[in-house]
Ligand binder design. Structure first.
Ligand code: ATP
Ligand code: MG
Length: 416
């Protein structure tokens, strides 16, 4: 991608109305822009990163055997009345009437809708287990939307729902989903702790949150660095400094964390409300057992920035960087332009994702500054000096010293 054609421009200053580091860096580098508190647009660079995150999530959810679908954001009041949540979620749900007096809500989550859809698919035990997921926009009237992408009023969630005939089947998928979630976070460059949390209204057992440690975190987690045990502070009887109840040799520490995902056993509350029943082997009708599994997709992007940045800007993990290499053309002389254009063509044809800073009349200092801010994994420089040797200087975002290479060599180097 040539930067002269990219619908994007970095800004000189940090936005004044943002306190969160993720929002400050992402807005300054123009990955996202704020429309109002808790509502962001994804600009081309930000959208590419989002797509890479979504691709990782899709791979891991598909590997669980789940099917992808897409549900509406606009819901009629009736399905929420069936579970009683029209009233209990009044504070978080955007609810309104049309001219004819019909009432609607913007979806905060989709248990109600998926349970109704389950009825079109599930009749007997032979249809189970099943799992379906979507990556979709949620709306919640969050009172404090000050954490950038970490807490939106409109945000993107991956929500998966599973359907089972018995507890054992639910337990199997629930455990497999923990591994799938850890894969997602690891592949996105984050270490997540599987954290015991309250089971909420639906079950007496724990639910599990996936918590990532960062000072930007709004949650508090007690964790053991020795064995990885973690428990949400809200439900913990233990205090910081106590012996870890799991490994009994580590000590619990209190850490600030962000909840990037959680998994929940729902029991039969939603299936009973929707009339979602199946016939068991002896022909007896029973409510389907359900569970839900969420990941905050844009919250994940914000968390990656909180964890991976330095004083100069973002340091994207390769797996989610919008492009792999930032090719900087330093100088507008004809030889430099020609050499840089050829290097760009060579790399893109070799299948390398390149952002090419071909802007004329922009100083080397400004190009370096922007490259550090945008934070692609590699920076490649073509200047009058490198052209004399018919080479390109390349360095990692995280390294100080660069190496000189021919374009072919660079393509090979970056393809690994
Ligand atoms: P929180 O306690 O942070 O409000 P939650 O318990 O309300 O989260 P869920 O309803 O379980 O979250 O949603 C599933 C996932 O969606 C969460 O684990 C989180 O990653 C993400 N998420 C929830 N609320 C938001 C939000 N306002 N903005 C961005 N992501 C969110
Ligand atoms: Mg919430």
């Amino acid at each position: 991608m040539r930067q002269t054609e990219l619908f994007s421009k970095t800004h000189k200053d940090f936005p004044k109305d943002e306190v969160a580091i993720n929002a400050q860096l992402l807005i300054k580098a123009n990955f996202v822009q704020k429309l109002m508190a808790g509502v962001y647009s994804f600009m081309p660079l930000g959208y590419r990163t989002l797509e890479k995150i979504m691709a990782i999530i899709r791979e891991e959810m598909n590997a669980l055997g789940a099917s992808e679908l897409l549900m509406p954001a606009l819901h009629p009041r009736s399905i929420w009345d069936a579970t009683g949540r029209w009233d209990t979620m009044k504070k978080v749900m955007y609810q309104f009437k049309d001219d004819g007096g019909r009432e609607f809500g913007l979806g905060t989550t989709h248990e109600e809708v998926i349970a109704v859809l389950g009825k079109t698919v599930i009749d007997s035990y032979a249809d189970l287990p099943l799992a379906a997921y979507q990556i979709q926009m949620k709306f919640r009237n969050e009172p404090r939307a000050k954490s950038g992408l970490i807490r939106g009023r409109q945000f993107i969630m991956k929500d998966l729902y599973s359907f089972h005939a018995d507890e054992q089947s639910l337990e199997d998928l629930y455990e497999r989903s923990k591994r799938a979630y850890l894969n997602v976070f690891e592949r996105a460059g984050l270490k997540a702790y599987v954290t015991e949390a309250s089971g909420g209204d639906f079950t007496k057992s724990f639910s599990h949150e996936f918590q990532v440690e960062t000072p930007a975190g709004e949650d508090e987690t007690l964790l053991c660095r020795l064995c990885g045990f973690a428990r949400n502070k809200e439900i913990a009887d233990e205090k910081a400094g106590a012996r870890c109840p799991k490994c009994e040799s580590g000590v619990l520490e209190k850490a600030k964390t962000v909840e990037v995902g959680n998994i929940f056993k729902l029991g039969t509350k939603f299936s009973e409300a929707a009339g979602l029943y199946f016939k068991d082997k002896s022909g007896v009708s029973k409510p389907v057992i359900m569970a839900s599994y969420g990941i905050g997709v844009d919250r994940l992007m914000g968390t990656i920035v909180e964890v991976h940045h330095d004083e100069k800007g973002i340091v994207w993990p390769e797996s989610v960087a919008p492009y792999k290499v930032h090719l900087l053309r330093l100088g507008d002389e004809a030889e430099v332009q020609k050499f840089a254009d050829e290097a760009y063509n060579h790399l893109t044809q070799a299948g390398v994702e390149v952002l090419y800073d071909d802007r004329p009349d922009v100083s080397a200092g400004e190009k370096f500054y922007d490259a550090d801010l945008i934070g692609l994994p590699y920076r490649a420089i073509v200047s009058g000096k490198t052209v004399l040797q018919e080479k390109i200087e390349v360095k990692k975002r995280s390294e100080k010293e660069g190496k000189l290479m021919k374009a072919e060599e660079l393509a090979k180097h970056l393809k690994i």
